[in-house]
Design a binder for this molecule. Structure first.
Ligand code: ARG
Length: 565
């Protein structure tokens, strides 16, 4: 982690291999798989041109569709809302707001997301540092708790208690979760060691909450330390809304540095799926050079929302969409939020084994809200005459706003403020309020922290806001497993290994970040899309090149830990 809390082990040695999202649950090198010249595999020529349904046009669906197209299949993408899913970038409506954007969903990506990075590079997008609390790219940070504010450029500027908390977290991770051992094993891609450490921890900690894990640690005996940690936390800041979640979820985040060194996508993250949709791959089987997903779809657009999914004769998956169109497929990939299968889409029980239905039903999603305003310029960099400090800073607080992010685009140019980004209960507090009501409450909170700053006079357009739990095709922001959910997550993640399922349960493949081990990060969407692509390839009798084994080929050697049922 860059910021509020330094890593349990500071790695001065630059020679060390980097941390990537390699395990701990399924230590497969998706990045090497993608980079290999042999490609992701081949299907028999007799299957070329066969349609495969891809339900959900978020990053996972678009990646899966793109790779299936390259193999010579014909993906048919269904999207209820917009291409991009939770990679959703919007503009503002004021006169001088042209070119300004707000990231309603994914806005910051850790460099450990190396499979994601493959696609960012492929479509030629640039990234830039994201101004998280105390990050290098962040001029200053204010931590405001219990009505007391502290201004800091680095953690050393904060009162001693914050360093004590940081140290307690490091100790707690070391004692309770073998942090430095796992860190080394992940850097070295030492699969047996990763599996050995993780197997013990999964068994020991699947029933434990994040908060319980802190309480069990000698290092966090102090309630006050736990409270401060909850508010300013690690990585990007306060994670106390995750206290009831499984500690395994948090360990995945810290081991993989998912919350560290974040970068944003210049021009907006939605460009990634949109560019993949239009992209004409240089290497493509069966289809003419110049084919793209857009060109394979009528009017260049995905099909509308899926309303019904059922099995029909010959083990086919039959998809009904909002236009009443009914099509039957040999294979389908489902990438939307799993709860859609319970409510928005009429489903046959026979689509999945009963244990997989349980896992879908128990999936726990976090709520999340954001609100952005466009402003005339990055006025926060003005100096306070008395103190010489920035007049306003990236702000972490226990007030309603929780996190405020300042997003400038160069001096004197119009800029954007994310007045508030919240999760869980903190998000639900915003739910009944309109955008302007939300903004009023946020300006009041920030007014208490910055009494000398008139934020309002800089605002040049209407606020834009989202509560993902209120979006009909999402019902939440990202999955976060509760204690006891390990088995459920394992079933969902391993669903692409369909030789293990009864024959009449095959042909539909789950993917998307909620199927992944690291929900809330786009890397999980990409990794599970690649699993599903492997599954579909295998389903059609295809295979990978022997020099580039896919996730299903090496599954037995690296399978996720199994807990007794
Ligand atoms: N990746 C998202 C972010 O950077 C969400 C992370 C939060 N995840 C969680 N379980 N609270 O904000």
């Amino acid at each position: 982690m860059t910021s509020t809390v330094p890593n349990a082990v500071q790695h001065a040695d630059e020679q060390q291999p980097p941390i990537t999202m390699f395990g701990p649950d399924f230590p497969y090198a998706y990045d090497d798989f993608l980079a290999h010249p042999a490609g992701l595999g081949q299907i028999p020529a007799t299957e070329h041109g066969t349609e495969v349904a891809v339900i959900g046009g978020g990053l996972s669906g678009i990646v899966a569709a793109y790779e299936l197209m390259k193999m010579g299949l014909k993906p048919v993408v269904y999207e209820a809302d917009q291409i991009g899913g939770r990679l959703r970038t919007v503009g503002f409506d004021g006169p001088n707001t042209e070119g300004l954007t707000a990231e309603m969903g994914a806005m910051r990506f850790p460099p450990s997301s190396t499979a994601l990075q493959h696609y960012i590079d492929l479509v030629g997008l640039e990234t830039q540092p994201f101004p998280n609390p105390l990050a290098e790219a962040t001029p200053s940070t204010v931590v405001d708790l219990k009505g007391e504010s502290h201004y800091a450029e680095t953690i050393d500027d904060l009162p001693q208690v914050y360093r004590d908390v940081a140290e307690a977290w490091n100790k707690c991770l070391e004692e309770g979760a073998d942090f430095s051992d796992m860190n080394r094993a992940m850097r070295e891609r030492d699969v047996p060691r990763i599996r050995e450490i993780w197997a013990k921890l999964v068994e020991k900690l699947d029933n434990q909450t994040f908060y319980g894990f802190l309480c069990d640690s000698e290092a966090f005996k102090s309630f006050r330390h736990r409270e401060i940690f909850g508010q300013v936390g690690f990585g990007t800041g306060g994670w106390d809304t995750d206290f009831p979640n499984s500690i395994l979820e948090i360990l995945r985040v810290v081991y993989t540095e998912a919350d560290d060194h974040h970068r944003g996508i210049v021009g907006g993250s939605q460009q990634l799926p949109l560019r993949l949709w239009e992209r004409e791959p240089e290497k493509i089987v069966h289809w003419a050079y110049g084919t793209s997903l857009a060109k394979l779809h009528e009017n260049g657009a995905p099909r509308p929302a899926v309303t019904r999914l059922h099995r029909t004769a010959g083990n086919r998956i039959t998809v009904t969409d909002a236009n009443g169109d009914i099509r039957t497929y040999q294979a389908a990939i489902f990438t939307a939020q799993s709860w859609m299968l319970l409510s928005k889409i009429a489903c046959d029980d026979s689509l999945f084994p009963i244990d997989h239905w349980t896992a879908i039903e128990r999936t726990h999603y976090m709520e999340s809200s954001k609100l952005f305003v466009p402003v005339d310029r990055p006025f926060w960099l003005d100096k306070d005459e008395e103190t010489g400090r920035d007049v306003m800073s990236m702000t972490l607080t226990d007030r309603m706003t929780r996190g405020t992010y300042l997003l400038d685009d160069g001096p004197d140019k119009p800029a954007v403020i994310c007045l508030s980004y919240t999760w869980c209960d903190d998000s639900l507090k915003w739910l009944p309020l309109s955008a302007s009501e939300r903004m009023e409450v946020m300006l009041k909170s920030l007014g208490e922290i910055y009494p000398k700053v008139d934020i309002r006079k800089h605002i040049i357009g209407n606020p834009v806001t989202v509560s993902w739990e209120n979006e009909p095709y999402f019902m939440g922001a990202f999955k976060a497993n509760l204690p006891g959910h390990y088995r459920y997550q394992r079933r969902l993640f391993t669903h692409f290994m369909q030789d293990r399922l009864d024959e009449d349960k095959r042909g539909i493949f789950l993917a998307g970040d909620d199927i992944s081990w690291t929900a809330g990060w786009a890397e999980g969407a990409v990794q599970t899309a690649l699993n599903a692509v492997w599954g579909v390839m295998h389903h059609f009798g295809g295979a990978t090149d022997a020099t580039n084994p896919g996730p299903g080929d090496v599954y037995d050697e690296i399978a996720p830990v199994e807990l007794p049922e």
